[in-house]
Ligand binder design. Structure first.
Ligand code: ADP
Ligand code: MG
Length: 266
């Protein structure tokens, strides 16, 4: 077995002023090129785990254990370079875009910052990226402002900006959760095709087990800051070992199958 890209060992995180830890004794290995879903309900510690992987937690958190990345050169690091090696897509697409900057400028800015491109080259690269994320009429969109776009389109722009520097790792933290279900599925397919084309490692965070199972090779389940189960996606879905995973699956099945309501005859 090759060395994991990221090795998380006995990781515990406590926010300042809190008596209970947000994460407790997490052990998880992530391999290069795989798609890992981290699932769990709200407050289970998904964002805390994602942020600690990306080195985005505030300095004042108390942490123990370790997160170690081994990038392709073989050198170890506490976390990959945000933006350059690792892209992070947030839940709220509006919040990750600047409302007063044109779409083209925002994506170009990201390309300009991380790649040694002139501003003109960066603008050209931005237009290509808008095409890559399958936005219609990219040339026109370059001059649009975020408020002129739908939620799904904004999230595509945020993804274009995130992948501008061709990072090898993409963390999507509930990146589809604020969108309607059709748009969710479209964005999930987009993420999937991007990571396949680029051979990126995807860490997909969601509270939606169905979405996780459609996208991930492996699923890790968090409950109240503990990793209660991890395994190959199909195995976790078909034969969950932990009672909490079983509950999550059962809850989803209930939600996906609305009770039959008979309409009164007219
Ligand atoms: P999730 O992403 O699964 O909803 P989070 O990682 O955001 O979960 O939160 C895990 C726990 O840590 C929760 O109990 C939450 O209230 C707490 N928490 C998250 N961020 C902070 C913070 N900045 N300060 C204090 N507690 C926090
Ligand atoms: Mg979260």
């Amino acid at each position: 077995m090759s060395l994991p890209l990221c090795r998380i060992q006995n990781l515990s995180i406590t926010y300042p002023g809190q008596t209970t830890s947000a994460l407790t004794a997490i052990d998880l290995d992530i391999y290069a090129g795989e798609r890992v879903a981290i699932i769990g309900e709200s407050g289970s510690g998904k964002t805390t785990l994602a942020r600690s992987l990306a080195g985005l937690l505030p300095d004042n958190v108390k942490s123990s254990g370790s997160v170690e990345w081994t990038m392709h050169g073989g050198q170890s690091a506490a976390h990959p370079l945000a933006g350059r090696e690792l892209a992070y897509v947030f839940q709220d697409p509006a919040g990750s875009l600047n409302p007063v900057l044109k779409i083209g400028e925002q994506v170009a800015e990201s390309a300009h910052r991380h790649l040694a491109l002139s501003y003109r080259q960066a603008l050209n690269h931005a237009r290509e990226l808008l095409e890559r994320v399958q936005l219609p009429d990219p040339t026109r969109l370059m001059n649009a402002y975020p408020h002129q776009l739908s939620g799904g389109q904004k999230q595509r722009v945020a993804i274009a900006a995130a992948i501008a520097a061709q990072p090898s790792i993409l963390i999507a933290d509930e990146a589809t959760s604020a969108l309607d279900s059709v748009t969710q599925a479209a964005i999930a397919r987009l993420l999937d095709s991007l990571v396949q084309q680029e051979g990126m490692t995807l860490i997909f965070i969601t509270h939606d087990i169905a979405l996780a199972s459609s996208l991930a090779d492996r699923i890790a389940v968090l409950q109240s800051g503990r990793l209660v189960e991890q395994g190959e996606a199909e195995r976790v879905i078909t034969t969950p070992r932990d009672p909490y995973t079983r509950e999550l699956i059962a809850a989803h099945i209930d939600l996906a199958t609305p009770p039959l309501v008979l309409e009164p005859l007219q």
